[in-house]
Design a protein around this ligand. Structure first.
Ligand code: ADP
Length: 399
């Protein structure tokens, strides 16, 4: 089966066409600057990456360009659109309504819309992608895969905020968690590599990318995760603050003359390691600057690693132990320095780092020594493949 995976944002759209029999990516790319001017990137399997400026004033035009590229006689990978058997859509927020992936029909789309105010920037854009695909590929089954679904197994004690309970009852203010597709994919792969039943393991997954989150898994279920109502909570991230004293908002807003929107902009876009270092949100730049003696870049990396280590420590308590820890996403997969800094706090767990393995990049690695009490691995995430697998399973089940 060929599954088109779509991750549709407000002005950009990532896509991959995946053959689910071989799990090969047939073609992939992205549309950028939708509604402004438009740039299409397209790369067929084994071929060159092509970047074309192409007007895409609407998502409709953007997706049409993607479909045209896929069937283009020159370097397309399918003869006609009939070869796309299903479409898998990434949906950011499923609230409490979606605990797993679903076939998208009118009723489901309406229910997703009811979650829009929980993710006002993301969900409406995701749904534009769904509607546009429905229009351009009528009759092709569409599946929604939610970032929040994996974490819906969290117990109430983990997802309830210390706020008046009526906010939960009235507005569903609670912790949801994100990156669920990645935490799900990586934790299952971790259990597979360890050759142990999924529900027998206590696992901690560190998804460290531009956005970063940690999850704690036991009895085959997610028990806790670091992001909350929105992806702002938890770790110090590329540009997001993560956990702070909420009173800082009033204090800084008064000092800087900011309103609520201005303050949220600071916490989402100007904070994290970018805010601390004043240099960059990208760990490659930070490492270079720190190596060159920049103290604030060094501090940003230390703050980041310390927060990750503290979360791991708290999840070891939540799980009453840990069998295995996995690092994934841009930083988790590619930054051995950060992994080493994090693990340097965890010697008390009997974790021993294999420095040589930790020095390798971009592949599945066991970075703990054979006599380490906890297995620590690097496992590349693959959210698109996870979405394609979910799509295949649901379409088959509903055939
Ligand atoms: P997202 O999907 O949230 O945009 P990614 O998981 O792709 O993020 O991670 C991107 C981040 O990964 C970059 O901002 C950078 O900080 C980090 N990163 C990528 N490659 C490297 C590398 N070679 N060394 C250190 N950090 C890296």
């Amino acid at each position: 089966m060929n599954v088109l995976v779509i991750n549709c944002g407000s002005s950009s759209l990532k896509y991959q066409l995946i053959n689910t029999d071989t799990e090969e990516v047939m073609a992939k790319g992205l549309c950028e600057r939708i509604g402004i001017d438009g740039v299409l990137t397209y790369q067929p399997k084994g071929g060159e990456k092509e970047k074309t400026e192409a007007a895409m004033l609407t998502h409709n035009e953007a997706i049409q360009l993607v479909l045209d590229a896929l069937v283009n006689p020159k370097n397309g990978v399918i003869k006609d659109l009939g070869e796309i058997d299903a479409v898998g859509h990434r949906i950011v927020h499923g609230g409490e309504k979606f605990t797993k992936s679903v076939i998208l029909d009118d009723e489901v789309i309406k229910t997703i819309e009811e979650c829009n105010d929980l993710a006002p920037l993301h969900n409406p854009a995701n749904l534009i992608g769904v509607r546009t695909c429905q229009k351009l590929m009528p009759g092709v089954p569409m599946v929604g895969v939610f970032d929040t679904a994996f974490h819906q197994t969290m117990p109430a004690k983990a997802y309830t905020y210390g706020l008046p309970y009526e906010y939960y009852e009235k507005y569903k203010v609670r912790r949801y968690g994100f990156h669920g597709t990645s935490h799900n994919f990586v934790s299952h792969r971790l259990a597979e590599i360890l050759g142990k039943p999924y529900d027998s393991l206590k696992m901690i997954i560190c998804h460290l990318g531009n956005g970063a989150s940690i999850s704690a898994i036991k009895d085959g279920k997610c028990q806790d995760t670091s992001m909350g109502l929105t992806p702002l909570e938890g770790l110090v991230m590329g540009t997001r603050s993560g956990d702070i004293d909420p009173s800082i908002m009033e204090f800084v807003a008064n000092k800087e003359g900011l309103d609520m929107a201005g303050m949220m902009n600071v916490l989402n876009k100007k904070s994290g390691v970018l805010g601390i270092s004043g240099i960059s949100s990208d760990f490659r730049d930070l490492e270079e600057a720190a190596d060159g003696g920049n103290e604030r870049a060094k501090l940003a990396m230390e703050v980041f690693a310390y927060r990750v280590a503290k979360y791991i420590g708290s999840y070891v308590a939540a799980l009453n132990g840990v069998d295995a820890i996995a690092f994934t996403a841009g930083i988790g997969e590619n930054a051995p320095t950060i992994r080493k800094m994090v693990l340097s706090y965890l010697g008390y767990l009997g974790i021993k780092l294999n420095e040589e393995e930790n020095g390798k990049r971009g592949e599945e690695l066991t970075i703990s020594t054979p006599d380490s009490k906890v297995t620590v691995m690097v496992i590349p995430t693959n959210e698109e493949l996870a979405i394609a697998r979910e799509t295949l399973a649901l379409v088959k089940a509903n055939a």
